[in-house]
Design a protein around this ligand. Sequence first.
Ligand SMILES: [Mn+2]
Length: 302
Amino acid sequence: MRTWFLSSEYPECPAERGYFHVIPVPLERTVSYGSGTAAGPHAILEASAQLETIVESYGEPGALGIHTTEPIDCTSDAIATVFASIARRIGHAWSLQAIPILLGGEHSITNGAIAAIAACHPPGEVGILQFDAHMDLRHAYEGTVHSHGSVMRRALEKGIRLHQVGIRNYSVEELEARSIHGVTYHDASQLNRLRHTQEHFSSLALPQDFPGKLYVSFDVDGFDAALMSATGTPDPGGFGWWEAVELLERLTEGRTIIGADIVELAPQSHLHHCDYTVAKLTYFLIALIARRDRSLHDHTSS
Ligand SMILES: [Mn+2]
C-alpha cells in the first residue's frame, strides 16, 4: 500500500514541491549476520506516522515539503543495476534542488550515493560523514566488492574524504585503509572518554580542511545495542539518542548537507521502538539539513 513519510500529518507532497525527497531502498543482498533490512524502509515510513511535526528547537521542517518517492526496484540480479537506479534518483532530486534522503536497506545502498556524488560534484567538494559501529573499509567482503562491509572503501577509491563516528570494531585491513587514505574519525572509545570530561563533546568538530558539503551516512548500528537491537549486528558501546543529536549538530556546524542515508534497520515485530527511533532520527536529520542550508536561511531572513 502506498504510504509516505509523516502521512498522518501531511497530505502527499508531489516531487516538484518537495524540499526533501525521501527514497525507500529495500535492498537486502549482502547481509552477513541478522537479516530483515529489506523491510526497513516500509517500517520507517509506517513509524513516521507516530511523529509530531515539531522538532524541538528546530521548528517544523515538514512544512518545507517532504516528497516520498516510489521505492527503488531492488529485484535485479545485478546489484550494480540497483546502485545505478539509486544514483539516478539522487541526481533527479538534485536537479529539482531537493535533498535526497535514502531509507535502507543495507549499507551497500550508499554505493548509489557515491556514484551520484562522483557524477554531479567536482572532486573534493563533498565529504562523507559516516555514523557506524564498523568501518566498512574492506576491499571486498564475503566475496563481493559491493558488500555493506566494503562500501566506504569504494568512496575512498573515488577520492571522497571520509570522517567516521562511533566505530568500535577493527580489522587489520581496514586500519591500513584508514591510514593510507587519511580517514579521520571519532571512535566510540574516544567518545566514551570524552563523556567523562567536563567539556564532554563541546570541542568536537570536523577537520578544518574537510569539504564544506557533507553527505551523511548513518548506519543505525552506531547506536548502542540497548537502544538499537533491530539491526543486523547490534553492538554494545555505541551512542545514545542525545549523543547522536549532539554529534550530528557539532560535526555539521558551518557546513551544508547535500543528502543522507539511514541504513541497516532490520525491523522485528516485538521491537517497534527501533522503527520509531529510526523514523525520529530521519526527521531530526531533515530538521538539521534545513538549518544547515544557507540558501534557506537567506530566504527566510529576508
Ligand atoms: Mn555500516
